[in-house]
Unconditional design. Structure first.
Length: 126
């Protein structure tokens, strides 16, 4: 009987060792994947920073002004005048369309509960 118990215990120890070994390597693989994703995120943030800096550089007002001066005839641009701008109250915003609500079978709920107001336990209306 003891030999059977020793064999079962030895098999359990071997099984647990195999499980721990496999879990260890799976954990290390997941850590490597996480580190790779973090590196990719860092590289993407660095690229985004460079792109934002390039955008700011290309949209400098003095550069855009020089470009419009150089390409004025070809683009057919007109100089801006103060009377070309309007106020917000001059903008004709579209009116929201309200759907027609057709009630076919109205129900009178004012007479329910014997005419008493419905309140919660603290005396306030729901």
């Amino acid at each position: 009987m003891r030999s059977l118990l020793y064999i079962v215990t030895a098999l359990a120890v071997i099984g647990l060792a195999f499980w721990a070994y496999r879990e260890n390597y799976q954990t290390q693989a997941e850590i490597a994947k996480t580190e790779q994703i973090n590196r990719e995120i860092g590289q993407a943030r660095a690229r985004l920073t460079v792109l934002r800096a390039e955008w700011a550089y290309l949209n400098r007002p003095d550069r855009l002004r020089d470009l419009t001066d150089v390409n004025f005839e070809r683009l057919g641009l007109l100089p801006l005048r103060p009377d070309q701008f309007g106020k917000v109250d001059q903008v004709a915003f579209p009116q929201p369309i309200e759907p027609e609500l057709i009630i076919n079978n109205p129900v009178d709920v004012s007479g329910m509960n014997g005419g008493e107001a419905v309140t919660r336990g603290d005396g306030t209306f729901p």
